[in-house]
Design a protein around this ligand. Structure first.
Ligand code: MLT
Length: 198
Protein backbone atom coordinates (compact mmCIF):
# COMPACT_ATOMS: atom_id res chain seq x y z
CA UNK A 1 0.00 0.00 0.00
CA UNK A 2 1.38 3.42 -0.95
CA UNK A 3 1.16 6.06 1.74
CA UNK A 4 2.62 9.19 3.27
CA UNK A 5 3.67 9.38 6.87
CA UNK A 6 4.55 12.56 8.74
CA UNK A 7 5.79 12.04 12.29
CA UNK A 8 4.25 14.17 15.03
CA UNK A 9 2.21 14.26 18.19
CA UNK A 10 -0.48 11.88 19.46
CA UNK A 11 -3.19 11.14 18.59
CA UNK A 12 -2.10 10.53 15.02
CA UNK A 13 -4.56 11.22 12.21
CA UNK A 14 -5.40 8.58 9.61
CA UNK A 15 -6.23 10.59 6.49
CA UNK A 16 -8.51 8.86 3.98
CA UNK A 17 -9.09 10.67 0.70
CA UNK A 18 -12.22 10.73 -1.48
CA UNK A 19 -12.72 9.15 -4.92
CA UNK A 20 -10.21 10.56 -7.39
CA UNK A 21 -7.81 11.70 -4.69
CA UNK A 22 -4.55 10.30 -3.40
CA UNK A 23 -2.37 10.23 -0.31
CA UNK A 24 -1.39 13.89 -0.71
CA UNK A 25 -4.92 15.31 -0.75
CA UNK A 26 -5.78 15.54 2.92
CA UNK A 27 -2.32 16.37 4.29
CA UNK A 28 -3.08 20.14 4.36
CA UNK A 29 -6.43 19.46 6.06
CA UNK A 30 -4.72 17.29 8.69
CA UNK A 31 -2.15 20.00 9.34
CA UNK A 32 -4.87 22.59 9.81
CA UNK A 33 -7.20 20.62 12.07
CA UNK A 34 -4.47 19.22 14.32
CA UNK A 35 -1.21 21.17 13.89
CA UNK A 36 1.83 19.01 14.70
CA UNK A 37 -0.03 15.67 14.78
CA UNK A 38 1.47 12.55 13.22
CA UNK A 39 -0.22 11.92 9.88
CA UNK A 40 -0.72 8.58 8.16
CA UNK A 41 -2.20 8.94 4.70
CA UNK A 42 -2.66 5.82 2.55
CA UNK A 43 -3.62 5.75 -1.12
CA UNK A 44 -6.80 3.93 -2.18
CA UNK A 45 -5.94 0.87 -4.27
CA UNK A 46 -9.07 0.55 -6.38
CA UNK A 47 -8.82 2.21 -9.75
CA UNK A 48 -12.22 3.27 -11.13
CA UNK A 49 -11.60 4.63 -14.61
CA UNK A 50 -8.42 6.34 -13.48
CA UNK A 51 -9.86 7.50 -10.15
CA UNK A 52 -8.48 5.98 -6.99
CA UNK A 53 -10.82 4.74 -4.23
CA UNK A 54 -10.65 2.55 -1.13
CA UNK A 55 -13.20 -0.08 -2.26
CA UNK A 56 -15.23 -1.03 -5.32
CA UNK A 57 -18.72 0.19 -6.06
CA UNK A 58 -21.28 -1.20 -8.48
CA UNK A 59 -22.87 2.20 -9.14
CA UNK A 60 -22.76 5.59 -7.40
CA UNK A 61 -23.79 4.94 -3.79
CA UNK A 62 -24.09 1.15 -4.37
CA UNK A 63 -21.15 -0.64 -2.83
CA UNK A 64 -19.54 -4.00 -3.57
CA UNK A 65 -19.92 -5.25 -0.03
CA UNK A 66 -17.55 -8.24 -0.26
CA UNK A 67 -14.84 -5.96 -1.59
CA UNK A 68 -15.58 -3.36 1.09
CA UNK A 69 -15.26 -5.96 3.87
CA UNK A 70 -12.01 -7.35 2.48
CA UNK A 71 -10.42 -3.94 1.97
CA UNK A 72 -11.59 -2.68 5.36
CA UNK A 73 -9.65 -5.52 6.99
CA UNK A 74 -6.62 -4.87 4.78
CA UNK A 75 -6.66 -1.20 5.73
CA UNK A 76 -7.13 -2.00 9.43
CA UNK A 77 -4.16 -4.43 9.31
CA UNK A 78 -2.04 -1.77 7.60
CA UNK A 79 -3.01 0.84 10.23
CA UNK A 80 -2.24 -1.53 13.12
CA UNK A 81 1.12 -2.35 11.60
CA UNK A 82 2.04 1.32 11.09
CA UNK A 83 0.91 2.24 14.60
CA UNK A 84 3.18 -0.44 16.02
CA UNK A 85 6.10 0.54 13.81
CA UNK A 86 5.88 4.23 14.72
CA UNK A 87 4.82 3.69 18.35
CA UNK A 88 1.52 5.49 17.84
CA UNK A 89 -0.81 4.61 20.70
CA UNK A 90 -3.88 6.35 19.32
CA UNK A 91 -5.06 7.09 15.83
CA UNK A 92 -8.16 9.03 14.79
CA UNK A 93 -9.55 8.64 11.26
CA UNK A 94 -10.30 11.73 9.21
CA UNK A 95 -12.08 10.56 6.08
CA UNK A 96 -13.75 12.40 3.24
CA UNK A 97 -16.50 10.84 1.09
CA UNK A 98 -15.24 7.40 -0.02
CA UNK A 99 -12.54 7.67 2.67
CA UNK A 100 -15.18 8.48 5.30
CA UNK A 101 -17.20 5.47 4.18
CA UNK A 102 -14.30 3.06 4.68
CA UNK A 103 -13.53 4.74 8.03
CA UNK A 104 -17.13 4.07 9.12
CA UNK A 105 -16.77 0.49 7.91
CA UNK A 106 -13.59 0.15 9.97
CA UNK A 107 -15.41 1.36 13.08
CA UNK A 108 -18.04 -1.34 12.56
CA UNK A 109 -15.83 -4.24 11.45
CA UNK A 110 -12.61 -3.56 13.35
CA UNK A 111 -13.54 -1.73 16.57
CA UNK A 112 -10.47 -1.00 18.63
CA UNK A 113 -8.24 0.11 15.77
CA UNK A 114 -9.48 3.72 15.76
CA UNK A 115 -9.66 5.95 18.83
CA UNK A 116 -12.21 8.16 17.09
CA UNK A 117 -13.28 9.40 13.68
CA UNK A 118 -14.15 12.56 11.79
CA UNK A 119 -16.45 11.50 8.95
CA UNK A 120 -16.86 14.15 6.28
CA UNK A 121 -19.81 13.53 3.91
CA UNK A 122 -20.19 9.89 4.97
CA UNK A 123 -22.88 7.31 4.17
CA UNK A 124 -23.93 4.02 5.76
CA UNK A 125 -21.17 1.77 4.38
CA UNK A 126 -22.84 -1.58 5.05
CA UNK A 127 -25.55 -3.19 7.13
CA UNK A 128 -24.26 -5.52 9.81
CA UNK A 129 -26.49 -7.86 11.80
CA UNK A 130 -24.50 -7.59 15.04
CA UNK A 131 -23.02 -4.14 15.65
CA UNK A 132 -19.82 -4.12 17.72
CA UNK A 133 -19.38 -2.37 21.06
CA UNK A 134 -17.79 0.97 20.26
CA UNK A 135 -17.54 1.74 23.93
CA UNK A 136 -18.13 5.48 23.86
CA UNK A 137 -15.51 6.37 21.25
CA UNK A 138 -16.08 9.84 19.83
CA UNK A 139 -17.27 10.21 16.24
CA UNK A 140 -18.00 13.47 14.44
CA UNK A 141 -20.18 13.31 11.31
CA UNK A 142 -19.99 16.48 9.25
CA UNK A 143 -22.99 16.32 6.93
CA UNK A 144 -24.25 18.73 4.29
CA UNK A 145 -27.88 19.60 3.54
CA UNK A 146 -27.24 19.89 -0.20
CA UNK A 147 -25.00 16.86 -0.64
CA UNK A 148 -25.63 15.73 -4.21
CA UNK A 149 -23.84 12.39 -3.68
CA UNK A 150 -26.28 10.79 -1.25
CA UNK A 151 -29.90 10.70 -0.13
CA UNK A 152 -30.70 13.10 2.71
CA UNK A 153 -31.35 10.34 5.28
CA UNK A 154 -27.85 8.81 5.05
CA UNK A 155 -26.04 10.88 7.72
CA UNK A 156 -28.88 10.39 10.20
CA UNK A 157 -28.94 6.63 9.54
CA UNK A 158 -25.19 6.40 9.96
CA UNK A 159 -25.38 8.36 13.22
CA UNK A 160 -28.12 6.02 14.52
CA UNK A 161 -26.08 2.95 13.57
CA UNK A 162 -22.95 4.19 15.36
CA UNK A 163 -24.94 5.44 18.34
CA UNK A 164 -26.62 2.04 18.60
CA UNK A 165 -23.15 0.50 18.73
CA UNK A 166 -22.29 2.73 21.69
CA UNK A 167 -20.22 5.44 20.00
CA UNK A 168 -20.37 9.01 21.27
CA UNK A 169 -21.72 10.55 18.07
CA UNK A 170 -21.99 14.21 17.12
CA UNK A 171 -23.96 14.77 13.93
CA UNK A 172 -23.45 18.24 12.56
CA UNK A 173 -25.39 19.66 9.58
CA UNK A 174 -24.19 22.49 7.40
CA UNK A 175 -25.73 24.46 4.57
CA UNK A 176 -23.24 23.08 2.06
CA UNK A 177 -22.75 20.53 -0.72
CA UNK A 178 -20.48 17.47 -1.05
CA UNK A 179 -17.34 19.61 -1.28
CA UNK A 180 -15.46 20.68 1.84
CA UNK A 181 -15.30 24.24 3.10
CA UNK A 182 -13.83 26.43 5.83
CA UNK A 183 -16.59 25.43 8.28
CA UNK A 184 -15.53 21.79 8.08
CA UNK A 185 -12.00 22.77 9.06
CA UNK A 186 -13.14 24.81 12.06
CA UNK A 187 -15.59 22.18 13.26
CA UNK A 188 -13.16 19.28 12.91
CA UNK A 189 -10.41 21.25 14.66
CA UNK A 190 -12.62 22.28 17.59
CA UNK A 191 -14.04 18.78 17.98
CA UNK A 192 -10.55 17.25 18.00
CA UNK A 193 -9.31 19.64 20.67
CA UNK A 194 -12.39 18.98 22.82
CA UNK A 195 -12.26 15.20 22.50
CA UNK A 196 -8.50 14.64 22.33
CA UNK A 197 -6.94 17.13 24.68
CA UNK A 198 -3.56 15.36 24.60
C1 MLT B 1 -18.55 6.15 -2.32
O1 MLT B 1 -18.51 5.56 -3.38
O2 MLT B 1 -17.87 5.84 -1.32
C2 MLT B 1 -19.48 7.30 -2.23
O3 MLT B 1 -20.37 7.27 -3.29
C3 MLT B 1 -18.75 8.59 -2.17
C4 MLT B 1 -17.87 8.77 -3.36
O4 MLT B 1 -16.79 8.26 -3.37
O5 MLT B 1 -18.25 9.45 -4.31
Amino acid sequence: MQFRFEPGTSPALLLLHGTGGDENDLIPLGQRIRPGAALLSPRGEVNENGQLRFFRRLAPGVFDEADLVRRTHELADFVEDQCERHHMRKIVAVGYSNGANIAASMLLLRPGVLAGAVLLRAMVPLEIPHPPDLNGIPVLILAARHDEMMSADQPQRLAALLLGAGANVTLDWQDAGHGLGATDVTKARDWLSTNFAT
